[in-house]
Ligand binder design. Structure first.
Ligand SMILES: Cc1cc2nc3c(=O)[nH]c(=O)nc-3n(C[C@H](O)[C@H](O)[C@H](O)COP(=O)(O)O)c2cc1C
Length: 207
């Protein structure tokens, strides 16, 4: 079964390296990850005053995340942190208070950069937000993809053969397994709990 994955790219650039990495992940595992890129460039800046009358793009974004089985963040690092556009999307999805669409969604975080430390700072800032958002984030493999450039991709925007593609292929498989484990475990727990309450009802009836 293919899990529905919402991909949030933290760059608005059409030729974004991170967007290409995200597309490659979709292409590599399209048999079991049904990926959609979620637009965040049109989200008005989060303002708590609008909670009672949310702008249409907020409603659209929240619905798309709510419908997903998992979330993949794929982002550049800006000044050693999360790009503003991505932080805004995280804030929009997290509110109104108590209605966060990110709650309990399994997630993975990938950061890619032409620099050598692969967006480590941004990666961990997203991770920090995910703790508060109550998202079980895949721990390994970590994905700080350094030295990524236009040259890492072919004309169609897919990763060329080589070590980077190998890392990303492993990552895509691990993310599928992570989402699968979480959803299956929850299903088993729900079945177990339903079975137990059935048994308890029967026991009460025969008491
Ligand atoms: C405002 C700004 C800040 C940046 N800061 C960093 C940084 O802190 N670390 C880093 O590795 N690259 C930094 N870069 C370079 C980006 O990694 C590079 O432009 C990358 O291609 C952006 O990702 P994208 O291709 O997905 O748009 C910065 C770029 C911009 C525009």
């Amino acid at each position: 079964m293919a899990y529905k994955i919402a991909i949030i790219v933290g760059s608005l650039r059409r030729e974004s390296l991170n967007r290409k990495v995200a597309s490659s992940i979709c292409g590599l595992r399209n048999d079991n990850l049904d990926c959609s890129m979620i637009e965040i460039g049109d989200l008005p800046l989060y303002n708590q005053e609008l909670d009672d009358n949310p702008p249409a793009p907020w409603i659209r974004f929240r619905k798309q995340i709510a419908e997903a089985d998992g979330v993949l963040f794929c982002s550049p690092e800006y000044n050693r942190g999360i790009p503003g556009v991505l932080k805004n999307a995280i804030d929009v999805g997290s509110r109104p208070y108590g209605q966060s669409v990110f709650d309990k969604k399994p997630a993975a975080i990938v950061t890619a950069s032409p620099g050598s430390i692969g967006g480590f700072g941004a990666n961990h800032q997203i991770r920090q937000a995910a703790v508060f958002l109550n998202m079980p984030v895949m721990q390994q493999p970590e994905a700080y993809l350094g030295h990524v450039s236009d040259d890492s991709f072919d004309e169609s925007g897919c990763l060329k053969e080589g070590p980077l593609k190998e890392i990303v292929t492993g990552l895509a498989q691990a993310f599928h397994d992570w989402v699968d484990m979480i959803h299956r475990s929850r299903q088993l727990l729900a079945e177990d709990s339903a079975h137990r309450s059935q048994q308890e009802t029967k026991a009460r009836e025969h008491a």
